[in-house]
Write a protein that binds this ligand. Sequence first.
Ligand code: ARG
Length: 601
Amino acid sequence: MFTQEQQIIETKIKEFCAANDIPLAELKWQPIPFSGEWGFATSFFQTAANEARAGKGGKPVPQRAQEMAEQVKGQIGSVDGISRIDAVKGYLNLYFSTSAYASRVVDEVLASGLDFGRGAKKNERVMVEYAQPNTHHSFHIGHARNTILGEVLARLVEFAGFETIRASYPGDLGLGVITVMWIYEKLYKGQEPEGVHERGQWLAKLYVEATAMLEKQENETPEQTAQREAYDAERREMYRKWDTGDKYVRELWKATREWSLEELRDVLKMLDVKMDVWFYESDVDEPSKVIVDELIARDIATDERPQGGAVIVKIDEKLGLTKEKYRTNVILRRDGTTLYLTKDLALAKVKFEKYHVDRSIYVVDVRQSLHLQQAFAILKLWGFPQAEKCYHLGYGFVSLPEGAMSARRGRVVLFKDVADEAVKRVLLVETEKSADIPPEERGKIAYQIGMGALVYSMLSVDNNKDIVFDINEALSFDGRTGPYIQNAYVRANSILKKAGTLNVQRSTFNYELTKHEIELIELISRFPQTVEQAANEYRPLVMAAYAYDLANTFHSFYHAVNVLQTEDEKIRNARLLLVMAAKQTIENALRLLDIQAPEVM
Ligand code: ARG
């Protein structure tokens, strides 16, 4: 926001250093939070240290840094918009007059609108892979956490200026999938429940039933054992047929897989997620076998098949590590089948070579951390420079206060159920409180709030920590919740509606600002750097926490400062523009968090 002033000062600093033969270090600016004035600062420590290292200067670094700061200060003279310059403890501090700073922030937000906070275009392409559950299962609340984290991360990196590709990678093969197909074929052939979600969820029920049939019981009778073994033989036979590409089994697989994918696509629609690319595990199975040969030929993998073993990669040894870190990994079984890891190698190759991805982010359950680190390490051995920019965004478990989930036992918390329940509860309250809003409008608002509550509850906890999802807490209008932030937006909106049209183009803050106005301006001005930080650190939580702080600051402002009753018209106008800027910033933050901003609630 103050790049123009920064550039002027930077030029002067560079001139000074060039004239005095000083090896200037990279200039970094940091904002000075309000303490009577706003400002920004840069330090000369690094430069003084560089000078000392080069054998010049001859003074202690802090003293020399301070000397430079003072000399630069003397050189700068006066700069438009900057009210005061200080040289303190090796820092050069530049201050603004409070009214100029406030106007600058507010005017910039209003001029940029939905683009306020957008970062400069970066010449790097990022792929974010998320929303990749296994098919023939149901979409549960843990998958929702994954999808929300991934979507918000994609929005953040995109807004920060990276070219962004959203990718999904459902697991659509393996024993779990075959198990569902086996029982369907055996007991339910030709059946198919109505409804996209019911159909997808039904597959998960079949899985539970099949698992029970195939599981060894305690105190089995010989008949039961024989029965179970017969079932298992049928399942193995089906797997074999799938593998050899048997037409009938493949058709059955495609049809049932499509039920899961339809359910997934509908969930993504509910969460306003638009995938760019769909990869499937089954697509990379064959290509990954070719990769195994390449890795053997290049002596990255070791073929132990002649000794009756498998194909393995001794990652630690190949990387020259003496301590165990990545261990040794099988990439091809003795029977010639690939593993999850093998397929991930093939997938990465496609991401790098076909999609020219510079940074590759994987939003995956934290329990797969070692697996992904192993994959990244092999990519490095393989010679992909992008391996350094592969990043695993892990996330912890989601449970309800009632207890843990288990897909095998059928105790899963379905995302659709939770979402429906959240919306239903909001609608109940709305119907009571806001009877003046027309019913269909009310339905839409209830959806926005219910989903906002759910989404925010998945973002407000550090991704590595587990979440105990409490629906009452999430829906509360107080505390760190989606509705609390949405409510700040609604309040801003209602002030502006009551004020009517405003005929001022630029803000003027030449009056004594209250503490609440200062805090609000401070928070708003921090939005662009928060976008940058959240995107660079791949941390949605940074934006989630910011949105709460901004809302919180706005609520305090709202209670303390009566904008509409302000008598002095100039002050009233300035405050209205500040409210507009706050509303815009809340809207931008909410959008990055994949939460809608309702006009009323
Ligand atoms: N389908 C996998 C699962 O549900 C997640 C896939 C993660 N992505 C990857 N490239 N391995 O556990």
